[in-house]
Design a protein around this ligand. Sequence first.
Ligand code: RIB
Ligand code: CA
Length: 319
Amino acid sequence: MAAPTPVPVFLDCDPGIDDAIALAYLIAHPGLRLVGIGTVSGNTSAEEAARNTLGLLAAAGIDDVPVAVGAHDFLARPFDGVAARVHGGDGVGGVAGSLPEPLRPAEPGVTAAELLVRLGREHEGELRVLAIGPLTNLALALRADASLARRVYSLTVMGGAVDAPGNVSLVAEANFRNDPVAAAEVLTADWAVTLVPLDVTMSHTFDEDHRRRLLDAGGALPRLLGEMLDTYLGFYADHYGDRRCALHDPLAAAIVGGDVPNPVWRHGVFDVVSDDGPDHGRVVELEDDGTALRTGAVMATDDPVADVLLERILARRWA
Ligand code: RIB
Ligand code: CA
């Protein structure tokens, strides 16, 4: 029986160590085909995120995926610097200097939002959009072409905290707090969003065993992931009490890849607070009067995802 035709995926990201793991998973998944990548400021600048993305693709020997640099600043405020404590000063745990030269440049004269709008039309009804950074590029794409919301097959967003505590304030998660205006515009647009919040992502982790298996796997990209994980495990050690790290973006990617079969859903109409008060960046649930498309938040999943993720990555023969 022939393998199913891989489905097209657009990734908007801010690599970022967990973004890099998500990217490796998307590359390795035989049922998914990356057709474009946009970068956005968040863990690092959109420009450095693009350099990191191009280097990671080169490490995998991939030269046919367009990468477009997206928004440097957020919709309502400037980008204010790298999350060095979490992802290292270069955004990828200090391995940027070990990344190979890109096999292609970033798309000249094309923004991430423009690339997304174009691909939404080229892959009408089929494009799986996965957003794992601040949502600035997606909001700009919707502002440029509101029909995008109806052209894509699905939108999966890593961001927010519904009932769980935030990770950059008591109530706000990093991607949504970086650009709450964009997050609100995306969540309230005319598409059914799958939201992957901290409520579920903090329960899925890699540890030193996963890191060792990546380092021993052979191939440039798994080794680079293993090297950058040293920084990420170190950051989360205080939170978890041992050296393990949260799989925020890889879990969202695994949901797109169909590797999270039994999620616990919470469906509702959600918005994001963008005022300058203590709730800045907070996800809030609105009254559901039946007029808006509901967001499906994945609040939990019984299935451990870390080993499934790793086995997908290790199943590929890497350059
Ligand atoms: O809060 C976690 C999110 O913020 C992840 O996407 C991580 O990469 C950072 O962008
Ligand atoms: Ca990210």
